[in-house]
Design a protein around this ligand. Structure first.
Ligand SMILES: *Cc1c(COP(=O)(O)O)cnc(C)c1O
Length: 332
């Protein structure tokens, strides 16, 4: 896999840290050694995983002459915040279509990422009901903007196409170099699994280099079977793009759906416990929608002895902490 053949904007200049979590591991009984890959510290306003994907997606848009970026997300979308923030840095206009997946959850003067959309100077936001055809909405807006002489480029939700997922193939390579340099041998990796680009990219990057590090995805919205199918499909496309010769087998994609709770972005007790525990043992902030639920899954898997005693497990922290401020009541 030669990733330097693809245009990128170099948003990721340095490797994000891999840190040991000794106090957090001890609080879970000390059976396994938990490590964390700090992609919450990636550049881009308030950090998070979308920066790695946007590095490639925005480069593709700019190569095609775009002066305007259109993307979509939920009402507290980290992806929308990061797309907007990189558009600001690049001098591009940015328009957002927001999907109100939980009825009544959009608040015009809401906190968290919603506050940042306005602070960062979004060109327009349109809120549509849950289940809307998001690509259709973005294409409609693109047509309107073209009539005004703009050159819009659409980035799909979560930047989860093969272009964006390439950023997480690169992350898997970065992790392997860090593990080699530090002499740390990781037995298992746990990642959040949402719009699927992160999970697919890591799975391709690990499988494609015969790393021998199994990857488990923790779902934030969908059922296990459907999510595994979506991640696998994107992994196959991504593997083809990066030049992997053999097809990635479906059994390389494993998802857990027990930690979603009542639905996407709806708080669960185990999420609240995980967010508080990591904050109070390691002073690292998770988020209520993605990394908090993913960490709740990781905590439960440790408690259920899913990982062999003494294993080294690496959790991918994908960011999202600005959303905490839209959930103050949940943590009271
Ligand atoms: C988008 C997001 C994820 C999920 O990543 P996908 O590539 O969409 O699966 C996880 N954590 C945070 C904080 C996110 O914003």
């Amino acid at each position: 896999m030669n990733l330097s053949q693809f245009p990128r904007r170099n948003y990721v200049q340095d490797a994000t840290p891999i840190e040991a979590l000794p106090a957090f591991s001890a609080a879970l009984g000390g059976k396994v050694n938990i490590f964390i890959k700090r992609d919450d510290l990636l550049p881009g306003c308030s950090g998070g995983n979308k920066t790695r994907k946007l590095d490639f997606c925005i480069a593709d848009g700019m190569e095609k002459g775009a002066d305007t970026i259109i993307t979509c997300g939920a009402v507290q979308s980290n992806h929308a915040r990061l797309t907007l923030s990189w558009a600001v840095k690049e001098g591009l206009d940015c328009h957002l279509i927001l999907e109100e997946r939980v009825p009544g959850s959009y608040k015009q003067d809401g906190s968290g990422n919603n506050f940042l959309f306005n602070l960062l100077g979004v060109k327009s936001t349109k809120v549509v009901p849950g289940g809307s055809d998001m690509m259709g909405e973005m294409e409609k807006l693109a047509e309107e903007l073209k009539k005004q002489g703009k050159k819009p480029y659409i980035i799909p939700g979560g930047a989860s196409n093969a272009i964006g997922a390439t950023g997480y193939v690169a992350c898997a390579q970065e992790i392997q170099q860090q593990l080699f340099d530090s002499g740390l041998n990781i037995d298992h990796m746990v990642v959040p699994s949402g719009s699927a680009g992160t999970h697919a990219g890591i799975a391709v990057g690990m499988y494609g280099t015969n790393a021998g590090i199994p990857v488990s995805g923790i779902n934030v919205s969908r059922k296990k079977e459907l999510q595994e199918e979506i991640v696998h499909k994107l992994a196959v496309e991504t593997a083809t793009r990066v030049g992997m010769r053999e097809e990635i087998p479906a059994d390389q994609i494993t998802c857990f759906d027990e930690y979603v709770g009542p639905g996407y972005s709806i708080p669960t007790d185990s999420m609240i416990e995980a967010v508080k525990l990591l904050a109070q043992t390691e002073a690292i902030l998770l988020d209520p929608v993605y990394s908090g639920k993913a960490m709740a899954g990781m905590v439960d898997l440790v408690r259920k002895d899913h990982f062999a005693e003494g294993s080294n497990v690496l959790f991918l922290h994908t960011g999202g902490s600005p959303a905490l401020y839209a959930y103050l009541d949940t943590f009271k």
